[in-house]
Design a protein around this ligand. Structure first.
Ligand SMILES: NC(=O)c1ccc[n+]([C@@H]2O[C@H](COP(=O)([O-])OP(=O)(O)OC[C@H]3O[C@@H](n4cnc5c(N)ncnc54)[C@H](OP(=O)(O)O)[C@@H]3O)[C@@H](O)[C@H]2O)c1
Length: 207
């Protein structure tokens, strides 16, 4: 699959490596431009491409990972992202993002911001509960007894199936909490945030 990754930091950089190793082609972008991405992208081989933000957003088809601070969502290019599966990895952190009025109310999430901003986007919330080093290190083959599960929310069943397949390929199970709005149940401060649980334990902790 051709995957765009917006953000080359802890989460974007980690996912770039995992997704290339799973056989995908990735276009990775950050604010500093393609020349700044050699250290990350070169060791990953020909399936990893340094890109500009618009280029990575356009190249990911059908899926683009959004791995930038939530405060940066408002500046993402909506045209090339329209209609795509967007994986929202974000956690709103006022200390980093500043105060974002919609997110202070509590009924909105970063996922809803993204969905409201990008026309016809099929947003799936995924990866926000796992520390990047655990994402890098804790993947296990399907069926392993200690395989970690990650919660997922989204309104589009086809998009969620695609994301669950990718997550499986990089070594994790998925627990689907339901519509995008249920992503609130696994934000920072929830019982499942940054906790290593298998699928059964995660599903029961989310009840
Ligand atoms: N770190 C974790 O373990 C972890 C775990 C789960 C979820 N998250 C969430 O994942 C998101 C990313 O976190 P992170 O820890 O990976 O952050 P990070 O290490 O600070 O990396 C952020 C990346 O986003 C890029 N960026 C910033 N503004 C951008 C814009 N407008 N367009 C394109 N790229 C932009 C930065 O570019 P430059 O490199 O040029 O500065 C950087 O590459 C956050 O919402 C965070 O809460 C993080």
């Amino acid at each position: 699959m051709k995957i765009g990754i917006l953000g080359s930091g802890m989460i974007g950089g980690t996912l770039a490596g995992l997704l290339v190793r799973a056989g995908h082609e990735v276009w990775v972008a950050n604010t500093r431009g393609p020349a700044s991405l050699s250290d990350l992208v070169d060791p990953l081989g020909p399936s990893a491409h340094p890109a500009g933000i618009e280029e990575a957003a356009a190249a990911g088809d059908p899926l683009v990972v959004v791995a930038v601070p939530v405060a940066a969502y408002a500046s993402l290019p909506t045209g090339p992202l329209a209609g795509k599966v967007l994986v929202d990895t974000g956690n709103y952190a006022p200390s980093r993002d500043g105060r974002i009025a919609e997110l202070e109310v509590g009924t909105w999430t970063s996922s809803k911001m993204l969905a409201a901003q990008v026309p016809r986007a099929r947003v799936v919330k995924m990866f926000n509960t796992i520390y990047y080093a655990d994402l890098r290190d804790q993947g296990r083959p399907s069926g392993s007894p200690d395989r970690r599960a990650l919660p997922m929310a989204g309104d589009d069943a086809t998009a969620k199936a695609l994301v669950a397949e990718l997550v499986d390929q990089i070594g994790f199970d998925t627990v689907d909490t339901g519509p995008l709005a249920t992503g609130r149940s696994f934000q920072p401060g929830s019982a499942v945030y940054n906790v290593r649980l298998d699928a059964r334990a995660l599903a029961s902790a989310l009840l």
